[in-house]
Design a protein around this ligand. Structure first.
Ligand code: GLA
Length: 369
């Protein structure tokens, strides 16, 4: 993939980390709650070679911007390269002595589509640097190291879901992750006879914008007022809602608590092998994100409505919100009709044409060669 042309030598290896789709459990991770993502086949590939001059050379086939960093420190690197340099910094901060490397990044995941291209980049770099330097880090810890790169080096206050999904998912499964204990189990996600369509609404999302941080702050405020460590700990929703005076905090709390229930119900259905039955929960999650958490966007609402009208069993926005993608779960025979309905509805409104990809629950980060 051009490593030799770029660096004048062969790489020591090539690593891949996938993007993710969250089946359900949105805005629950930073509330110590439950999430249920699965890995996509698409993701980020990094070809890398050790260097003994301590330099991190960072290049990407998707961006003309390059960086050469010797001692990565927060604030010293911008743009896409910050996600990669941040991982080197974070590994060192955690006591793992990784040295310099030449890296060439390639991605087949649309950026800004809410499919975690940044976590995929972080995780691909993380597994590459660990292997290059013979450093062994348990995957759950490596997820926290990658998350720290994003939180403290890039400055995005994301939760632990995306990095965990990229590192821990397995083929044919969704990952049920308890974001408080860090414990995870694999739930079978057998899509036989079904199509899980990812609809990129083409409205770009950016976690760096204020909406995400604002939602996190509201959740923390609500937990504080309720006297619990996190909204995860609300056991009596009715009682909690009656104690919150602020209608905005009531709505945020209602979303988080009911969303955790929806994750548990979904896992039960997956374990029973009736994936098609989760449709109603997906749509319920969307309505809650739209009306209670207020992070949906017009293109997502239309994609959900049109998908369901055209025969999908359910649909919802995925990721942080304010742009990105929608998933629609449809009987395979209806998938084409769903695509056509959403495409037409967008055209009628003069919106950019949506892009579709068919999601296949795939393996987490790994060395390719
Ligand atoms: C983004 C963040 C995740 C999570 C989701 C919302 O994807 O990176 O940590 O909070 O939003 O569920």
């Amino acid at each position: 993939m051009g490593f030799r042309e770029t660096y004048g030598r062969e790489p020591d290896g090539v690593w891949h980390a996938p993007g993710r789709v969250n089946l359900i459990g949105e805005h629950t991770d930073y509330n110590d709650g439950l999430v249920l993502p699965f890995a996509l086949r698409q993701g980020v590939t990094v070809a890398a070679a050790r260097r003994d001059d301590g330099v991190f050379a960072l290049r990407s086939l998707q961006s003309p911007a390059t960086a050469e960093v010797t001692d990565p420190a927060p604030g010293s690197v911008d743009g896409w390269a910050a996600y990669a340099a941040g991982v080197a910094w974070s590994l060192r901060e955690a006591g793992y002595p990784v040295g310099g490397a030449s890296l060439l990044v390639d991605a087949d995941l649309p950026q800004g589509a809410g499919l975690s291209s940044s976590a995929a980049l972080e995780c691909a770099v993380a597994v590459a640097l660990c292997d290059l330097y013979g450093v062994e880090v348990p995957r759950p810890e490596l997820a926290r190291i990658a998350q720290r790169a994003e939180n403290d080096f890039v400055g995005v206050p994301c939760g632990i879901m995306d990095q965990s999904a990229s590192l821990l998912c397995t083929e044919g499964h969704a990952l049920m992750l308890d974001c408080r204990s860090g414990l995870s189990t694999q739930a079978p996600l057998d899509l036989t006879g079904l199509t899980l369509l990812v609809i990129d609404t083409r409205a770009e999302h950016e976690l760096v914008d204020g909406g995400y941080a604002d939602r996190r702050a509201a959740c923390e405020k609500a937990a504080e007022l309720l006297g619990v460590p996190a909204l995860r700990d609300v056991t009596d929703l009715g009682e909690a809602l009656s104690r919150l005076g602020d209608p905005v905090l009531r709505r945020r709390t209602q979303h988080v608590v009911t969303e955790n229930h929806r994750v548990e119900a979904t896992v039960g259905l997956l374990r029973a092998g009736v994936v098609g039955e989760v449709g109603a929960l997906l749509t319920a999650s969307h309505l809650s994100l739209r009306d209670q958490f207020e992070v949906s966007w017009p293109e997502a609402d239309v994609a959900v409505e049109e998908s369901v009208r055209a025969g999908a069993r359910g649909a919802r926005m995925v990721g942080g919100g304010f742009g990105g993608s929608v998933i629609a779960l449809a009987p395979a025979a209806r998938a084409e009709r769903v695509r056509a309905a959403v495409t037409e509805a967008y055209a009628r409104r003069g919106w950019a044409e949506p892009r579709f990809l068919e999601a296949t629950p795939s393996a987490g980060a790994r060395r390719l060669r």
